[in-house]
Design a protein around this ligand. Structure first.
Ligand SMILES: Nc1ncnc2c1ncn2[C@@H]1O[C@H](COP(=O)(O)OP(=O)(O)OP(=O)(O)O)[C@@H](O)[C@H]1O
Ligand SMILES: C[C@@](O)(CCO)CC(=O)[O-]
Ligand SMILES: [Mg+2]
Length: 397
């Protein structure tokens, strides 16, 4: 590890279509957001590992011998090809003094850290004494993949600290990316972190956090979209809190209760993802308005489907009504139940029209912003290029 440490970052994501259905083997289309989570890893005090997570108000520190003893005791249970077992997570919670039914953001974040740290060091060798601080431009728990961006940053930093992946940053460079093979490894371990936080994730969010850009994800298969036009998306955070884990479990229950009713809905969502992909790939790089009616209609249909499978929320209905009154089409994104919605802006939607919609959305107590999509995936930064942000995060924790 470099003397002054290193900084890694990973983007959040927007799911255009396929949330929830993707957990059940259907296709999803997702794009990386221009909002990122950052992690700074620096050599730490002798014999200790320290983690500061100002975004969830957590600060923890452990003696390395205590962690090594725990790893020895549980070593056989760490297997990155399987979901972490309930017994293993219980043992980690007991060690960290986390309540058995923990679902608070700080508890889940610490649990994911401990799991990844011990599992990675069981496989690749000890994590040295380090100080870790994580900060984010993403709202936590709002549907923009904050858990996956966190897990991707942790995976990259811990794999790097153990020497399992290289340091691709050359002297004088500000950013660098890892090789395809290294990114596959980062993605595998980030998925394990997501499993600790989400219970039963599909893997789409960590795939976008790792690879960035725009991709189609189905049953673990990741394909970059052939061509993605410049899409203008307005993001709105209803600020209604929700848990992806709880929403995913609720959908599963509904499918088990009404399989003949719910499975066709999932098939229809799958068909929406296919149709949207075909439209996007047929569009020119700078699309003209005539391509938009189909994309808008697909947003509307999918939003109805997501309500049918039980992941809507009155705040999201309101968001859709407000944007519809400005001639704009919206759907929830991510797990739903509150959190964020996305609104498709046409190339000819005027700045005045966007401002008017934003004003009405803000009057509902929502927060909105226009953002870039198709951002790069997991990235290594020179720590000097992000010095101000590192100092700010340290002062907040
Ligand atoms: N910056 C962060 N620092 C530490 N933990 C974080 C951070 N961001 C997210 N987390 C962890 O991720 C959890 C939120 O994950 P959750 O999956 O519910 O929401 P999301 O990932 O933002 O939305 P979605 O999964 O719908 O895209 C938090 O409770 C916390 O444990
Ligand atoms: C709701 C979900 O489909 C997307 C969350 O961003 C869950 C997942 O795929 O893991
Ligand atoms: Mg998540």
């Amino acid at each position: 590890m470099a003397e002054r440490g290193l900084v890694v970052s990973a983007p959040g994501k927007v799911i255009l279509h396929g949330e929830h259905a993707v957990v059940h083997g259907k296709a999803a289309l997702a794009v990386a957001l221009g909002l990122r989570t950052f992690l700074c890893l620096r050599p730490g005090g002798e014999g200790r590992l320290r983690v500061r997570l100002p975004g969830v108000g957590a600060l923890r520190s452990w003696e390395r011998p205590g962690l090594s003893a725990l790893r020895e005791r549980l070593g056989a249970d760490f297997d990155e090809s399987k979901p972490p077992s309930a017994e293993l997570l219980e043992a980690l919670k007991e060690f960290a003094g986390i309540p058995a039914e923990a679902s608070a953001p700080d508890s889940l974040a610490i649990l994911a850290f401990l799991y990844m740290c011990l599992a990675i060091s069981a496989k690749y060798g000890d994590v040295p004494s380090v100080d870790i601080v994580v900060w984010s431009e993403l709202p936590t728990g709002a549907g923009l993949g904050s858990s996956a961006a966190y897990a991707v940053c942790l995976a990259a930093a811990l794999l790097h600290a153990c020497g399992a992946i290289s340091c691709p940053l050359k002297d004088g460079e500000i950013t660098a990316r890892w090789t395809e093979e290294e990114m596959t490894l980062i993605n595998t371990w980030a998925f394990q972190g997501e499993r600790v936080i989400h219970g039963n994730p599909s893997g789409v969010d960590n795939a976008v956090g790792t690879w960035g850009g725009a991709l189609r994800f189905q049953s673990g298969e990741i394909k970059a979209l052939k061509r993605v036009p410049t899409l203008r998306i307005l993001l709105t955070n209803t600020k209604v809190p929700r848990s992806t884990k709880v929403l995913v479990a609720g959908v599963k229950e509904k499918i088990l209760k009404f399989p003949a009713i719910m499975n066709p809905v999932l098939d229809s969502i799958d068909a929406i993802s296919q149709e949207c992909q075909s439209v996007l790939e047929a569009m020119p790089a700078n699309p003209s308005p005539e391509h938009y009616p189909v994309l808008e209609e697909l947003f509307d249909i999918n939003q109805h489907h997501l309500n049918v499978i039980g992941v809507g929320h009155p705040s999201l209905d309101r968001l859709c009504r407000v944007t519809a009154s400005h001639g704009l089409h919206s759907k929830l994104t991510g797990a739903g139940g509150g959190g964020c919605g996305i609104t498709l802006l046409r190339p000819d939607t005027t700045p005045q029209a966007v401002e008017a919609a934003k004003r009405d959305l803000c009057a509902c107590g929502f927060e909105c912003w226009e953002t870039d999509i198709g951002a790069p995936g997991v990235t290594l930064h020179s720590s000097s290029s992000l010095k101000a942000q590192v100092l700010q995060a340290l002062s907040e924790s």
